[in-house]
Design a binder for this molecule. Structure first.
Ligand code: NDP
Ligand code: MG
Length: 385
């Protein structure tokens, strides 16, 4: 069996755990180069030992000593800091899994793209923020982006063998999150514990809050805009509470192709790991008779204004999506820390977008500068609100 090499950025997170679980089922097929985390040292060291990684990198520089101690005697390199993450991403591998949360994953993802590799992209915030800067780098370096986000992976599968020019609609399905049926009054009092309790998916805290505000679908709309260039007016969102249909593509002849599966991220990740072939997984088979009913509804942009904000940012283009994303990251962190209420998240993002409209970024450094400035302004606006 031909061994393939892989690096996993964000190995200790939810996407990381689904990925390592799949690698375990194909022992011997993969050679692990880099595994990374932010500060979960013991989890990272344990994974690095188990998979005999070449290097383990931790984002937080203060954790380097602890990581070295945890890896003592193994021969596994230990490194820390943003530059070390980028250096690790530049090591050539057959597949890089971009599973860091937030714009923090952008620079390493760009480094993986710049070595012309294949990137399994879960880290949607990186593509939302960098937009054309990232897609241009993909084209320039002949890199390949394989979407891991379940909707985008579904669309990618439904588009295979077809011509984008024949697409009438791309429909991103949305579960509607845990507050789908909540009134505006109740939403205003929603707590972080309630927000991270997603009905269908088990995910990290940040994306769970994004699902509850529907900003996740807004970010996904921008992600789809860059991955599948059919134009914004051909992208739409459909609420589908059972999360069985992961997205759909309608063609001009009236045919609609959909991808269905269990709500288990191992399915789209497996599709990226094995692409263009298929691999076995132990995921539950889809039992449609047991599910019985699939239902659909239009999104409600009054209770959940985040999707409208994201669409407007996509229409504005330039730096707007990076500002939207940065403001959202700051607001979600503040909500999780109990500093602002749930409905303030979208209101806060709208405020930042209204007051900060920098010119379009032309390089990675430009995007990082916009992200950093938008974060400072978001924090300041929050303090003075
Ligand atoms: P988690 O919070 O579970 O994991 C995040 C990972 O990134 C951890 O390994 C964490 O390390 C690391 N990390 C966090 N902050 C930093 C930083 N500043 N620098 C470097 N590394 C960092 O997130 P998820 O796995 O849920 O999500 C990861 C990405 O995938 C997100 O962009 C999300 O939107 C996307 N995604 C996730 C899905 C899911 O089902 N979870 C579905 C679709 C997309 P540590 O453990 O040390 O904190
Ligand atoms: Mg998704």
């Amino acid at each position: 069996m031909n061994q393939r090499s892989i690096s996993i950025f964000g190995a200790t997170g939810s996407i990381g755990a689904s990925t390592t679980d799949l690698l375990r089922s194909e022992k011997g097929k993969w050679r692990v180069v880099a595994l990374t985390a932010q500060s979960s040292i013991s989890e990272l060291a344990q994974l690095a030992r188990e998979f005999e990684a070449e290097i383990a990198v931790v984002g937080d520089e203060r954790c380097l000593g602890e990581l070295r101690d945890a890896l003592a005697g193994t021969g596994i390199e230990a490194a820390a800091g943003k530059a070390a993450l980028i250096e690790a991403a530049a090591r050539p591998v057959d597949l890089t899994v971009a599973g860091i949360v937030g714009c923090a994953g952008l620079a390493p993802t760009m480094a993986a793209i710049e070595q012309g590799g294949t990137v399994a992209l879960a880290n949607k915030e990186a593509l939302v923020s960098a937009g054309e800067v990232m897609t241009a780098a993909v084209a320039r370096h002949r890199a390949t982006l394989l979407p891991v986000d379940s909707e985008h992976n579904a669309i990618f599968q439904c588009l295979a063998g077809n011509d984008l020019a024949d697409v009438r609609w791309i429909t991103l399905t949305a579960s509607g999150g845990p507050f789908r049926e909540w009134s505006e009054e109740r939403l205003a009092a929603a707590t972080p514990v309630e927000a991270v309790r997603h009905p269908n998916w088990d995910m990290g805290a940040k994306i769970s809050v994004d699902s509850a505000t529907m900003m996740n679908k807004g970010l996904e709309l921008i992600e789809a805009f860059h991955l599948f260039p059919v134009g914004l007016d051909r992208l739409r969102i459909l609420v589908h509470p059972q999360s069985v249909i992961h997205s759909m593509v309608e063609y001009r002849d009236g045919s609609t192709l959909a991808q269905l599966g269990p709500s288990d991220m191992r399915v789209p990740i497996a599709s990226a790991l094995a692409w263009p072939a298929r691999m076995n997984t132990t995921c539950d088979p889809l039992d449609l008779a047991a599910i019985g009913t699939l239902s659909f509804a239009a999104p409600d942009e009054v209770r959940f204004p985040a999707t409208r904000l994201a669409r407007e940012a996509a229409e504005a283009g330039g730096a707007a999506p990076a500002v939207l994303n940065a403001a959202n990251e700051v607001a979600v962190a503040a909500f999780l820390a109990g500093q602002i209420g749930f409905t303030r998240i979208a209101a806060h993002v709208a405020n930042v977008l209204e007051t900060y409209a920098p010119s379009a970024p032309a390089s990675l450094d430009d995007v990082l500068a916009v992200d950093s400035e938008a974060r400072s302004r978001a924090r300041l606006l929050m303090e003075t609100a």
